[in-house]
Design a protein around this ligand. Structure first.
Ligand code: DOR
Ligand code: ZN
Length: 434
């Protein structure tokens, strides 16, 4: 593998909270040098002037649909979408067909990911067998096979005793949880948030308490057991308050998606099922509280819940259409719009939430930090060029996306994974970079 020399970039050091002008030399998959005025005539040069260079982005919540729904997305299309989106690593969710609840499937995913060799794919394993909420999966075997976390994403674990035991059992294997919170008794049959849009359209509502009550329960379970838990896709103001309160007592983290930061229930009126997601888009007040949570650091991670679905399914009636938004390629500029353009956080803080904090949560000690000897997983972002979202250009098979034609700043320009250039100037590097 050829060396890469990134020249004249503004380097982001999220762990120290600073930006510095520096060059970076990448060699043998690792960051070899960081400093000013580095020269190396043998290395492939990258001119990073006016660009931001930092540790690779890590997306804790991505649906790659393999095995079972490869026509909707698969490890290859999803890897390309991730690389284009500036993500060097993703956590793949286990709600596939069949679900990732046994070591064979985990090994299969890791083998495929290695064969494709574009980005790092870290599979999450199921909390319960078949995601059915009835019986614990074999966490020891899942961990041995390579899962990085446990999740029943798409569903909440309804049985408190089961999760209480799972929280204890998983600690033997040092496995953290990524929790989708939804009391199915409360959300039953719901399609949109409770509120004026549900009333206007006559749609069945998903009340806020569906997420809040299960989250409150699981915060208590985590407090009592000492489990490492992360709450994914927060959508309500009270969830932020719950988290704020419990963070005074124990380490616990959460993330928010770009769509919950940029859209509200009112967008369902315009976009119909393109804006049908779980948890549902909620009110402007909820959105403000989520942004405040990001600003304060209560929400310390940004994860996109990339959920590709075929347009045939999304064009069914609203009630029949599946939940989800495809966003892997545009998550970074969407976050930049929601958080940086609005003055809520700056680029260093954004990087911390997209790279350093998720690496810390996942225990990836050689990622999330740009310094000599660490993995050369690097994302380079162009903060100054505006571009329009063109869903038809997505590498992802999921074209279900309500952000078509949005004009955004902050697009990833280069993605380097394990010292290899996988995306350059917005396109996948098909052969050798230079
Ligand atoms: O909108 C969603 N789509 N939310 C989820 O929790 C699951 C996901 C999916 O798998 O499509
Ligand atoms: Zn979910």
């Amino acid at each position: 593998m050829k060396k890469i020399l990134i020249k004249k970039g503004t380097v982001v050091f999220p762990q120290r909270g600073v930006l510095q002008d520096a060059d970076i030399l990448v060699e043998d998959g690792l960051v070899a040098r960081v400093g000013k005025g580095i020269e190396d005539t043998q290395a492939c040069p990258v001119n990073a002037s006016n660009l931001l260079v930092g540790p690779g982005f890590i997306n804790l919540h991505v649906h790659l649909r393999e095995p079972g729904r490869e026509t909707e997305e698969n490890l290859w299309t999803g890897s390309r979408a991730a690389a284009r989106g500036g993500f060097t690593s993703v956590v793949s969710m286990p709600n596939t067909h069949p679900p990732i609840d046994n070591p064979l499937l985990v090994r299969y995913l890791l083998l495929r990911a290695k064969e494709i060799g574009l980005i790092n794919i870290f599979p999450a394993g199921a909390i319960t067998v078949g995601l059915e909420g009835k019986e614990m999966a074999e966490y020891g075997l899942l961990k041995e096979a390579g899962v990085i976390a446990l999740s029943d994403d798409g569903r909440g674990v309804q049985d408190a005793r089961l999760l209480y035991l799972a929280f204890q059992y998983a600690q033997y294997f040092n496995l953290p949880f990524i929790l989708h919170e939804e009391d199915e008794g409360l959300s039953r049959g719901g399609e949109v948030s409770e509120g004026k849009v549900a009333a206007l359209l006559g749609k069945r509502a998903i009340p806020r308490v569906a997420e809040e009550s299960l989250m409150a329960r699981d915060l208590v379970l985590a407090f009592r057991t000492g489990a490492r838990v992360h709450f994914t896709h927060l959508s309500t103001a009270l969830q932020v308050e719950l988290l704020r309160w419990f963070q005074k007592k124990m380490p616990v983290s959460a993330d928010v998606t770009p769509h919950h930061l940029l859209l509200t229930e009112e967008d369902v009126l315009q976009w119909g099922s393109e804006a049908k997601v779980k948890p549902p888009l909620r009110s402007l007040e909820d959105q403000k509280a989520l942004k405040e949570g990001v600003k304060e650091g209560v929400i310390s991670i940004l994860a996109s819940d990339h959920a590709p679905h075929p347009l045939e399914d999304k064009s069914l009636s609203f009630s029949e259409a599946p939940f989800g938004i495809s966003n892997l390629e545009i998550a970074v500029p969407l976050y930049a719009k929601a958080l940086i353009e609005e003055g809520i956080i700056n680029w260093v803080e954004l990087w911390e939430k997209l790279s350093y904090n998720p690496a810390l949560f996942l225990g990836l000690n050689n990622k999330g930090i740009l310094e000599e000897g660490k993995d050369a997983d690097i994302t380079i972002v162009d903060p100054g060029t505006r571009k329009k979202v063109k869903v038809s250009d997505f590498e992802s098979r999921g074209k279900n996306c309500p952000f078509e034609n949005w004009s955004l700043l902050g697009w990833p320009a280069y993605t380097i994974v394990g010292g290899r250039m996988v995306m350059a100037e917005g396109s996948i590097v098909e052969d050798e970079f230079c």
